[in-house]
Write a protein that binds this ligand. Structure first.
Ligand SMILES: Cc1ncc(CO)c(N)n1
Length: 228
């Protein structure tokens, strides 16, 4: 399947293909398959979604750091729109939680799973220790990966649509708004690369991208196993 995310001459594509095996494990994880065919145990999804709510709180902090680290006002505005996008993505989670009789207070009162803490703090650390390109690289497996997954599931005829309890999730991440946000993220990296990329940085950037991708795999595992 050709996707809007795969332009071979982008830095994003270079970093993704440098960790192709990990990327495949992320995008084709058993958890994702269970969402696609509706067979994922509901308790795994509930655990995942509550953890993801906590994830998005820290993830929006990391995106907020990209406002601080931006090179110019235009990039600050774009980063600010991304923060707003994440804070509205959280509404999906709350809608599901309300159906399960949970309030926002119940969700934010949950302990944070280790896989969750590892991922969000890793991204924040890359952003604090590095520059804006390191930070945007650490953020990208999250924002682009979910769009790639959602886009594939929406367009795959094998995906169960009717009666799939996870269809709303698929629609959120495969929907136009999220996909456009992901394309903006790829563009943002391209734009930063003009002034900040040199070949000497490639290895370290690929490492950051790969670690974030592996942490995404760990996040699905955490959901599936309902672990803390
Ligand atoms: C763990 C994780 N990765 C990516 C996204 C997409 O924003 C999300 N909601 N959660």
């Amino acid at each position: 399947m050709t996707t809007p995310f795969d332009h071979p001459d982008t830095l994003y594509f270079k970093m993704k293909t440098a960790c192709a095996d990990d990327w495949y494990r992320y995008c084709h994880h058993e958890f994702v398959q269970g969402i696609a065919d509706g067979t994922l145990p509901l308790d795994s999804f509930k655990h995942y979604l509550q953890q993801d709510y906590l994830f998005l709180i820290h993830f929006s902090r990391a995106y907020a750091l990209s406002i601080y680290k931006a090179d110019n006002l235009e990039d600050m505005r774009a980063a600010s729109a991304s923060v707003a996008g994440i804070l509205s993505e959280m509404n999906l989670h709350l809608e599901y939680c309300v159906q399960w009789g949970m309030t926002e207070q119940d969700v934010v009162g949950q302990p944070e799973a280790q896989a969750n803490m590892a991922y969000t703090r890793y991204v924040l650390e890359r952003g604090m220790a590095g520059d804006i390109l390191d930070l945007q690289t650490a953020l990208s497996p999250c924002s682009v990966g979910y769009a790639e997954i959602g886009y594939r599931l929406i367009n795959d005829p094998a995906t169960k649509k009717e009666g799939n309890p996870y269809w709303q999730w698929i629609q959120t991440y495969g929907g136009d708004e999220f996909v456009q946000g992901a394309l903006k993220q790829i563009e943002a990296i391209e734009k930063l690369a003009v002034s900040r990329y040199s070949e000497g940085r490639l290895e370290s950037l690929c490492q950051t991208f790969k670690e974030a991708t592996r942490l995404e795999v760990g996040f699905w595992d955490m959901g599936l196993n309902q672990s803390f």
